[in-house]
Design a protein around this ligand. Structure first.
Ligand code: TXA
Ligand code: MG
Length: 321
């Protein structure tokens, strides 16, 4: 579907229009001090699914969730003393903290089914104004098609995503120009997950000790941990229907009397992507209630978001080590 992408001005009306657009679950690109982000309501699975669709992302990487301040962040994640000290010192700013997720309305697709959430308080005045007007967390990866470089101007955003998103809030060129530095915690110690706009030396000076190196390796591995979204029950993929000893994870209008869930009764891949992680979490309980330990999954077309859905389903179905 081709949209008319509106350029919204750097003023009160522009911010209000951007916020309303987000509330009706459409996508709005907005400037942060690092790069332009492609924003969606972080509490709405469907809105978050649209991000992956607009970017043409083949996999569901976890996204950075943007909030207005530390108080808003503390509603979404658990901060220990070190995390709170880093936040107090460097927020707002180009630092993202990966922390244990608290139980909240945050979309499980935004965190790719992980038990952690990447949080950031951007310093850009327009990003701040938008977060305060919207009054909720905004999920935003860089506003570029998958595989292209991150945008630092409104024109860059339009170049890659014009016709695929509802609006861009034009704040001129960004100041930092490279993505935020990402810090996670392993055994309670802060580790560098991605170098970025906040120098490592500055963080280390604040900590009074060196940042650790992630045992998990590169940050891109984070969303690839199958165990986080694998249900307890065994999955069989590409099934025409469920066997008598299986619950059913459907897609499209396939009628079955078996207990189960449908990713999208109308066969809409955006809806299916929005439902995927939440359904994988819920179907275990349905299987347990029915006294069954196997899940048959309907075929999902290997196109668009279907590739990402199949990628995650294959990981969930893979033999566990
Ligand atoms: O400056 C930035 O960080 C920009 C602006 C828009 O805020 N955003 C950005 O987002 O660069 P993105 O999606 O391009 O990169 C986010 C990175 C990914 O590499 C992802 O794997 C990692 O953050 N990430 C997100 N959640 C994570 C988590 N729970 N655990 C580990 N890594 C995570
Ligand atoms: Mg990016």
């Amino acid at each position: 579907m081709t949209l008319q992408t509106t350029i919204l001005p750097d003023n009160k009306l522009g911010v209000r229009a951007a916020s309303i657009t987000l509330h009706v679950t459409f996508l709005v690109a907005f400037p942060t001090e690092t790069v332009y982000g492609l924003g969606a309501d972080a509490c709405n699975d469907r809105a978050v699914a649209s991000i992956f669709e607009a970017k043409n992302r083949p996999t569901f990487n976890p996204l950075i969730v943007h909030v207005a301040d530390l108080a808003a962040a503390e509603k979404l994640a658990e901060f220990d003393t070190t995390a709170r000290a880093l936040a107090a010192q460097f927020w707002p700013g180009p630092l993202t903290l990966v922390l244990p997720r608290l139980d909240s309305r945050l979309s499980h697709l935004a965190t790719a089914g992980l038990d952690t959430v990447a949080l950031r308080v951007p310093a850009h005045p327009l990003a701040q104004a938008l977060l305060r007007e919207f009054r909720g967390p905004i999920a935003a990866p860089s506003a570029n098609p998958s595989g292209r470089v991150s945008p630092t101007t409104c024109a860059h955003v339009l170049d890659g995503l014009s016709g695929r998103i509802s609006a861009v809030l034009d704040g001129g060129p960004t100041t930092v120009g490279i993505e935020s530095t990402i810090v996670g915690f392993e055994q309670g110690a802060p580790v560098l997950l991605r170098p970025g706009g906040l120098p490592v030396e500055t963080i280390e000076a604040a900590l009074g000790r060196p940042l650790g190196v992630s045992a998990a390796g590169h940050v891109s591995a984070a969303g690839q941990l199958a165990s986080h979204y694998a249900p307890a029950a065994t999955l069989r993929l590409d099934m025409a229907g469920p066997a008598p000893d299986e619950v059913w994870l459907g897609f499209g209008p396939i009628a079955t009397l078996r207990p189960g869930l449908n990713l999208s009764p109308t066969g809409d891949l955006t809806e299916a992507a929005a439902n995927l992680f939440a359904h994988l979490r819920r179907i275990d309980a349905i299987a347990a209630d029915a006294g069954l330990s196997r899940i048959a999954v309907a075929p999902i077309p290997e196109i668009g978001l279907g590739r990402a859905i199949n990628d995650r389903l294959r990981r969930a179905a893979a033999p566990r080590g």
